[in-house]
Design a protein around this ligand. Structure first.
Ligand code: 13P
Length: 257
């Protein structure tokens, strides 16, 4: 983390878990476990249908609501899709785009991720842009090349003023839901590389201000070491964000200076 230049963000990705009716009890338990003062932005990204409940229940603890996906189209005959303006209208402050599960199960490519990020920015919703390599790519020593390509493609056409509203999440696919966390050094190396890519496009100042999160089996135990790295500005947390005590512990881990 580097609080001088950028905000720390702890974002939960609930994926397709939980029910709207479970949000209130979750938030009550979270509140009971949160430290009194927090110096990070807290976000919970839920299925779109649960965003209004999250907006309502999240107010007291200042937990922002986020979506997990958005249509790249503005409006029209796209059955089943949710638009950026609809997300903004119900109070979503953030929205994940390009999660590896969307890439894997729904065939999303980098061009679509770019279009989705642009659609969100247009409506004032902050994209959390996910990138990350597969195990095969890591073993072939292609990690940085591949991740650099993903970052460049996702940010194509996005100007420096819009970049300020983007969050990047580095999620190595092999670490998602597997219990295998990247070592703090591995995660730092890629997050530092991502910042270098952003610097090469936008220059030093915008690159210094972008929050880059790590995601992939982040939990109450390993959060502190990961967050101590200079280029890791927070976490995108799956499994551990479903448990209020664990999520609160990760939030506490941001207070280490
Ligand atoms: P886990 O924390 O369950 O590994 O999930 C990470 C993730 O995919 C967050 O988007």
């Amino acid at each position: 983390m580097n609080r001088k230049y950028r905000k720390t963000v702890i974002a939960g990705n609930w994926k397709m878990n939980m029910l709207a009716s479970e949000i209130k009890p979750f938030m009550e338990e979270l509140k009971a476990n949160l430290p009194k003062t927090r110096s990070c932005e807290m976000v919970l990204c839920t299925p779109a249908v649960m965003i209004p409940a999250m907006v309502k229940a999240g107010k007291e603890c200042k937990v922002a609501a986020g979506g997990q996906d958005v249509s790249s189209f503005e409006q029209g005959a796209y059955t089943g899709e949710v638009s950026a303006s609809q997300l903004a209208d119900i109070g979503a402050k953030y929205c994940i785009v390009g999660h590896s599960e969307r890439r894997q199960y729904h065939g999303e490519d980098d061009m679509l991720v770019n279009a989705k990020a642009a659609a969100l920015l247009e409506k004032g919703v902050m994209p959390i842009i996910c990138v990350g390599e597969s195990l095969e790519q890591r073993e072939m020593d292609l990690t940085m090349e591949y991740v650099a390509y993903q970052v460049k493609a996702a940010l194509s056409g996005i100007d420096a003023s819009q970049l300020r509203r983007c969050v990047i999440a580095y999620e190595p696919i092999w670490a998602i839901g597997t219990g295998k966390t990247a070592t703090a050094q591995q995660a730092q190396e890629v997050c530092e590389g991502i910042r270098a890519v952003i610097r090469s496009i936008y220059g030093a100042r915008p690159a210094r201000a972008v929050s880059i999160l790590y995601g992939g089996s982040m939990n109450a135990k390993n959060a502190q070491e990961l967050l101590a790295q200079p280029d890791i500005d927070g976490g995108l947390i799956g499994g551990a964000s479903l448990k209020p005590v664990d999520f609160a512990a990760i939030i506490k881990a941001t207070d280490q200076d």
